[in-house]
Design a protein around this ligand. Structure first.
Ligand SMILES: Nc1ncnc2c1ncn2[C@@H]1O[C@H](COP(=O)(O)OP(=O)(O)OP(=O)(O)O)[C@@H](O)[C@H]1O
Ligand SMILES: [Mg+2]
Length: 385
């Protein structure tokens, strides 16, 4: 087929040609936003899911929905090498500028700007092109207190402008433990004060536990909808619909091959769809095309998507990952992995924690350890470590 017309979008955060199977989470987001806009209580939520299930795509879509109904949004990505004040400051400045469409006519907006400047100087944030004047707002230097004041001020600024401020953070699991508590505290204050400020997050599954550890009431403060692989019907739609729009069809056997290989994981569906498009000379796509595409897809993933993650691991982390892969599909318990490695549970625990910190592994249940990257065990078993 002609590559120029290939509709599939394997990538990170790239909007898919068909956002299949996500109607209910998008409806939930829309209802939450609309309730808040009407001054009704609504719960913020953090979407949890493995790598490549479409969390970033959903967060961006929610951003669009919020802007469309007149909310003001800030969206950013946490980064293990930067503190929360560093990533927040610039985006909150932009958010306030959006709230402040008519140039500082409300006292609340002015106050929030002042607090933001104080916040930035208290936490020694560098701004790049972002101009900060001196602030007469005194900050304590205690993140919990200062962030709460700032977030409350932003909520009040939004209220004064009859809008809703929506703060969105992707990869929330990279917010450090030290910063996560204050963030949760500040959002707790927002919910107590019923201010029009919502928080949507996305992250790897270990996040619910991290948040719970940071503040016990985090469990009640947020919902944690799970973003999973697509069910069969949606996975079919994700493949068939984009092709149909190009007047291209799949034979059922071809779809069966791809559904089996991808397990309905959105990123893999895009990869397989794209390769099938490239190998098939014409429509309809057959199971032979799908099988050839499978070979190419696996080889491309092994050299890119999987290898990139493997390369980030130290030797002992790779050993740990290999031991996990050997145990799967049986549940990989920390005890079993330690045994395979010939280590005590205590010796192996720090290595497991490093893998979790790097976003490669997570603990789905106490004592269990699993990969955040779907099919990473199969990759390792193909002999790549
Ligand atoms: N509902 C969907 N239907 C079909 N394809 C989708 C869907 N959602 C996402 N995708 C595709 O899946 C891929 C991964 O999406 P995205 O980057 O949003 O995942 P993610 O969960 O944020 O992954 P990561 O944890 O690695 O950041 C993209 O190529 C995107 O186009
Ligand atoms: Mg993402």
């Amino acid at each position: 087929m002609n590559s120029v017309d290939n509709p599939y979008t394997p990538g990170a955060g790239t909007p898919p040609p068909e956002l299949a199977g996500r109607e209910s989470i998008l409806k939930k987001a829309e209802d939450t936003i609309k309730r808040t806009k009407k001054g009704k209580a609504a719960k913020s939520f953090i979407m949890l899911g493995l790598r490549g299930v479409g969390k970033t795509v959903l967060l961006n879509r929610i951003d669009q929905i919020a802007e469309t109904v007149g909310c003001r949004t800030a969206i950013f990505e946490a980064d293990p090498d930067r503190t929360l004040p560093e990533i927040l400051t610039q985006q909150l400045n932009r958010l306030l500028l959006k709230i402040d469409r008519r140039k500082r006519v409300s006292d609340e907006v002015q106050k929030a700007f002042g607090l933001l400047r104080g916040f930035a100087s208290a936490f020694k944030v560098k701004y790049g092109e972002f101009e900060v004047g001196l602030s007469n707002e005194i900050m304590t230097g205690d993140l919990t207190i200062d962030l709460t004041d700032l977030i409350v001020a932003i909520g009040e600024a939004a209220k004064s402008r009859k809008t809703v401020a929506v703060i969105m953070i992707d990869e929330v699991q990279y917010v450090s433990e030290r910063d996560l508590g204050p963030l949760i505290m500040s959002l707790h204050k927002i919910s107590q004060r019923q201010l029009p400020l919502l928080f949507f997050g996305a992250g790897l599954p270990q996040l619910a536990k991290l948040a719970g550890d940071a503040k016990s009431y985090a469990e009640r403060l947020f919902d944690y909808p799970e973003i999973d692989r697509l069910d069969e019907k949606s996975a079919r739609a994700a493949l068939v619909e984009p092709a149909r729009r190009e007047s291209v069809a799949y034979e059922d056997d071809a779809l069966d091959v791809i559904l089996k290989e991808t397990d309905g994981y959105p990123f893999f569906l895009q990869v397989w769809g794209s390769h099938t498009w490239e190998v098939a000379p014409s429509s309809p796509f057959t199971s032979d095309h799908a099988k050839l595409a499978t070979k190419r897809a696996i080889s491309a993933l092994d050299q890119g998507f999987f290898k990139m993650r493997l390369d980030r691991l130290t030797d002992r982390q790779q050993d740990y990952a290999r031991a996990m892969a050997e145990l799967i599909p049986s549940p990989a318990t920390s005890t079993a992995v330690a045994k395979v490695l010939g280590l005590t549970v205590k010796q192996a625990a720090p290595i497991r924690d490093e893998l979790i910190k790097k976003g490669i592994a997570y603990s789905p249940k106490r004592g269990l350890v699993s990969f955040t990257v779907p099919k990473f065990d199969e990759f390792i078993k193909r002999g790549h470590i």
